[in-house]
Write a protein that binds this ligand. Structure first.
Ligand code: EPZ
Length: 430
């Protein structure tokens, strides 16, 4: 099993190209099931989760062609992938694939809308909480589907003539359930209104792509989506938006180690709340042409309290990284997690590096320490893993991050990007 070895202490200086967003690419790829024409996606990141979804889509009958070689664009390797699903050959998404990645459950929306039925295994994914699927079931039922659970699978069936537009209010904000409702309603008969929808930029990206395919969706980015159903969708070409979580992660790394880095191919507007928290912590951040510049001061980190919330609040996917940063603040910071009930597994690993963190329910109290010291640590989920990498970069001596496969799910060429900026980071295979 691969490990990452980090020798901490260097500042980061240079340019880091930001990849296309994993959490936008996944639903966009799934949208290819909704048309018999070709959907072309540019700027698709090369990640384990993307590769797994390519296999899953292949099982359903999607013909996939990846642009011969990766295109080198301003220092990053962006891939263009063409997806063509002439016919859906299988409406079952099996346990052995869906259990590896929660987002693959989302195929339920397109399969149900286009074929009138879907049999999808209950999902898996990062171990960050119970992550139920009740919102998907209630939402699709509102569109007229019958939803039965049988032997670990959801059997979804649309009424004769297809799904029917409806008004539905989510009792809780869910990114995935919003994606799925939007895709299902796009091909339903009549109009659908979704209240309390997720407002994440990835939802807006999916709506933009679906609209380019001929859907009639308005209100994306607000809490109310209006969708006028159409009978079919066509192909389109769409560029995956930049990864705001990768952007925020490297910004936090620079804030922690100190240095001066330009994050390329990204947009400061995607992460206002996190940028604000970083500025309060003492980092200097400014927009530059096509990116963001961040200057970190390492030793002079100010304590800042944050609470995770649905967009536009502070993203749960940056919580672990921000906690990593706060371990070296000059004072006490509080980090409260409100989205997932079990997303503090990095706490005990950060403690191995010398962090002083105590947990009280959903709030962590972090008492900054002047120095972290390298140690062997265990990655537990994707974002927790990268918080350990960040902390390792700022720690004295050597940190070994085990179970690196978590990182490979969501960070493209992490070692290369950091090494180019002066970090000592290497992958040890085997
Ligand atoms: C998406 O997961 C992201 N994944 C997550 O990123 C991210 O942490 C999360 O949104 C929140 O921003 C992808 O986009 C692929 P949710 P999702 O449904 O859609 C509860 C990462 O590290 N809920 O918005 O699965 C749920 O338990 C990943 O890249 C229900 O109760 O998250 C949670 O408490 C991890 N019932 C809350 O809603 C449901 O039916 C928000 O989850 C569905 C969700």
């Amino acid at each position: 099993m691969d490990r990452i070895r980090i020798v901490g202490g260097n500042t980061l200086n240079g340019i880091i190209p930001i990849s296309g967003a994993k959490n936008a690419a996944l639903p966009l790829m799934i949208a290819s099931l909704m048309t018999s024409d070709t959907l072309t996606l540019e700027n698709v990141p090369h990640l384990a989760d993307v590769e797994l979804l390519l296999r899953i889509l292949g099982n359903h009958g999607v013909d996939i062609s990846v642009n011969g070689r990766r295109e080198r664009q301003s220092g990053s390797y962006a891939r263009t992938i063409h997806f063509t699903c002439r016919t859906i050959v299988d409406t079952t998404a099996p346990y052995d694939l869906v259990s590896k990645m929660r987002a693959s459950f989302w195929v339920i929306g397109p399969l149900l809308a286009r074929e009138g039925r879907a049999r999808v295994s209950l999902p898996g994914g990062c171990a960050i909480g119970t992550r139920p699927v009740d919102l998907f079931i209630d939402g699709l039922r509102a569109l007229g589907a019958s939803m039965e659970i049988d032997s670990g699978y959801i059997e979804a069936t649309a009424p004769k003539g297809g799904l029917i537009g409806a008004s539905y209010t989510f009792p809780k904000v869910s990114v995935g359930a919003t994606h799925v409702m939007m895709m299902a309603a796009a091909l339903a008969r009549g109009a659908t209104t979704i209240h309390n929808a997720a407002r994440e930029p990835e939802v807006v990206d999916l709506a933009n792509c679906l609209n380019a395919m001929g859907a009639k969706i308005s209100g994306a980015g607000t809490a109310t989506l209006t969708i006028e159903g159409v009978t079919s969708l066509s192909g389109a070409r769409h560029r995956v938006l930049p990864d705001r979580i990768e952007t925020g992660t490297y910004a936090m790394a620079v804030a922690m180690t100190g240095g001066n880095v330009t994050l390329e191919d990204t947009d400061i507007a995607l992460l206002d709340t996190a940028i604000e928290a970083l500025r309060r912590a003492g980092a200097e951040i400014s927009p530059v042409d096509g990116g963001i510049r961040i200057i970190g001061h390492g030793d002079a980190i100010r304590p800042v309290d944050i609470v995770t919330e649905p967009f536009p609040g502070f993203p749960t996917d940056l919580q672990a990284q921000f906690m990593g940063l706060m371990t070296r603040a000059r004072g006490v910071a509080h980090v409260t997690e409100t989205i997932f009930e079990n997303r503090f597994m990095h706490v005990q690993e950060l403690a191995r590096l010398g962090a002083k963190i105590t947990l009280n329910g959903q709030t962590a109290r972090i008492e900054g320490v002047p120095t972290l010291r390298g140690a062997p640590v265990m990655a537990t989920d994707l974002r927790a893993s990268v918080s350990l990498v960040i902390a390792g970069l700022a720690a004295e001596g050597e940190t070994l991050v085990n179970r690196v496969y978590h990182l490979d799910r969501g960070f493209e060429r992490l070692e290369e990007k950091l090494t180019r900026c002066g970090a000592i980071v290497e992958r040890i295979s085997g």
